[in-house]
Design a binder for this molecule. Structure first.
Ligand code: NDP
Length: 248
């Protein structure tokens, strides 16, 4: 599916929420989904970045997006319920949910990993995903076919030294995806995970500061798989782990 060619109207009339939509892969996914017809809900913690994405989407002539500023590190269950209520009033359903926002943290041996650091990472990378998914599930069930896409990593599929809290959080993400997929099996809601692979973003640069970013794929190059998994051509996929780049 890495060379999937989406029809221009693939996501027409779909409502898709993207977390971490202000930067990196989330930003590109949001503008791409909009370009294929979706009304995108832009969730992120930095309002001015979301406004820039809003401007890009309007400039490309796509459906008007919605900006939802929310910091996943501090959001409460009430905040998530409020968000779901707003979506219910404005749209009545949700067709897609891309869990994309994540923190990297610092790379360190597990022996020295402060437990507070692990807690902070799990809050954003894992607990926020569940807390957001819970009140959105009734809205996802109202869509004819809904896709929940979790963002994993190579270190969420095979542990690697020093990737500590981030790797633990990505394994938890894979586990959550599989449990949810099994619970929703046979329904109209599907869950899958995607490993973007090394991609030219701020997160990658902070993990590999000496690397030449020009050697990496851009977020745009990953989009065929993101489109496949958000569109109806992937209706039959549930509980699967995908990789957005060919194995090196
Ligand atoms: P970036 O750091 O470039 O972007 C992450 C986005 O998430 C930013 O917009 C950021 O907001 C947002 N975000 C972070 N914390 C919060 C929070 N507490 N509340 C709301 N939003 C938040 O990351 P990438 O685009 O590189 O990564 C996207 C996903 O892909 C992540 O899940 C990452 O783990 C995964 N991934 C990336 C790889 C890569 O090589 N880039 C490889 C493998 C996996 P703000 O802009 O305000 O900081």
């Amino acid at each position: 599916m890495l060379d999937y060619q989406a029809k221009k109207d693939l996501l027409q009339r779909k409502i898709i929420l993207v977390t971490g939509a202000g930067d990196g892969i989330g930003r590109t996914a949001a503008t791409t989904f909009a370009a294929y017809g979706a009304t995108v809900i832009l969730l992120g913690r930095t309002q001015h970045k979301l406004e820039l994405v809003y401007d890009d989407i309007m400039a490309q002539g796509s459906p008007e997006p919605v900006i939802m500023p929310l910091d996943l590190a501090t959001a409460t269950p009430d905040d998530y319920q409020h968000l779901a209520d707003l979506i219910a009033v404005q749209f009545g359903q949700l067709d897609g949910l891309l869990h994309n926002a994540s923190l990297l943290g610092t790379l360190t041996p597990l022996e020295q990993l402060p437990i507070t650091t692990l807690e902070q990472l799990l809050k954003v990378n894992v607990m926020a995903q569940l807390a957001l998914t819970q009140p959105l599930l009734p809205l996802l069930r109202r869509a004819p076919a809904a896709s929940i896409l979790f963002t994993s990593s190579s270190v969420g599929r095979k542990g690697r030294a020093y990737w500590g809290a981030y790797a633990i959080s990505k394994f938890a993400t894979e586990g959550m995806m599989q449990v949810l997929a099994d619970e929703c099996d046979g329904s109209t809601v599907r869950s899958n995970s995607i490993n973007p692979g090394a991609t030219r973003t701020a997160m990658r640069a902070s993990a590999y500061p000496a690397e030449d970013p020009l050697t990496l794929r851009t977020a745009e190059q990953l989009m065929p798989l993101y489109l496949y998994l958000m569109g109806d051509d992937s209706r039959h996929e549930n509980g699967q782990q995908f990789s957005a780049q060919p194995k090196p």
